[in-house]
Design a protein around this ligand. Structure first.
Ligand code: NAD
Length: 257
């Protein structure tokens, strides 16, 4: 599993799954480039504390993944990019005929277009280095659908499709490209959905979690950010060198139903 000496760029990594992925990659020895669209003292302190905890180098680079040029500049500013984890993502829930256009545009820009831009910028760097791993954090919603999540479902299906196409384009390079499809993970993104769902169904928090969210997951458990991080670390390992163009579901059986 050693990723010693590799540099991992993880988009949207000051929270949730991205942070869990960054931690597990650092545990395997990778140097980190953390990212989000904010730039606070805490963002830089986070990079410092991960560097100290795992004895790797780590820096934080602000870049807004809704802006194509900033996606490409992130890869340039990283200085190296052996591992690219496209994780940044947002969600909005509304019927399609009431879906605000600016929310549609933001979801498509951050969840889908950013993957195009960062990957396009990273592949030449990986080819020059003679090694590379692209891991896209898609979703169970990249393989199935839910009502009122049209933009998110469209973007995540797009990511799954792009993953396969990039895998074929890089099949004869020492580069792999895969997607990880989480079910529900209790991160700030999911926490933000709970109050609306409570109001919509007139349910308390525990009932929303049990009857709406975990009802889709046969395991009846949330996946954890550590489990997602471990899955990404595996896809970056030498054991996974021939795994490319796949989607790896971490969803407690959701997509097996
Ligand atoms: P989160 O809200 O905790 O993290 C999202 C991250 O993206 C944050 O670091 C945030 O700062 C960053 N981000 C948002 N907009 C950005 C922008 N414009 N530029 C740069 N960074 C930006 O959510 P999460 O649940 O950890 O989500 C991470 C990824 O996992 C997303 O792509 C999401 O779609 C996917 N996912 C999450 C779940 C889940 O249940 N939590 C399930 C399936 C897929």
């Amino acid at each position: 599993m050693s990723l010693q000496g590799k540099t991992a760029v993880v988009t949207g990594s000051n929270s949730g799954i991205g942070l869990g992925v960054a931690r597990e990659l650092a545990r395997a020895g990778a140097n980190l480039v953390l990212n989000s669209f904010t730039e606070t003292d805490e963002d830089h302190a986070l990079a410092k504390s991960l560097a100290a905890e795992f004895d790797v180098s780590a820096k934080y680079i602000k870049a807004d993944m809704s802006i194509g040029q900033e996606c490409r500049d992130l890869i340039k500013a990283a200085g190296a990019c052996d591992i690219l984890v496209n994780n940044a993502g947002i969600q909005h829930v509304a019927p399609i005929d009431e879906f605000p256009l600016e929310k549609w545009d933001a979801i498509i820009a951050i969840n889908l277009n950013s993957v195009f831009h960062t990957t396009a910028a990273a592949l030449p760097v990986m080819r020059a280095a003679g090694w590379g791993r692209v891991v896209n954090i898609a979703s169970a919603h990249g393989l199935t659908a839910s009502p009122f999540k049209s933009a998110y479902v469209a973007a995540k299906h797009g990511v799954v499709g792009m993953t396969k196409s990039v895998a074929l384009e890089t099949a004869q390079d020492p580069i792999t490209c895969n997607a990880v499809c989480p079910g529900y993970v209790l991160t700030p993104l999911v926490e933000a959905q709970i109050p609306n769902t409570m109001a919509e169904y007139d349910m308390d928090r525990e009932t929303v979690i049990r009857e709406v969210m975990l009802a889709r997951q046969p395991s009846k458990e949330f996946a954890t950010v550590e489990q997602l991080g471990g899955t990404v670390a595996f896809l970056c390992s030498s054991a996974a060198a021939q795994i490319t163009g796949t989607t790896l579901s971490v969803d407690g059986g959701w997509t097996a139903l």
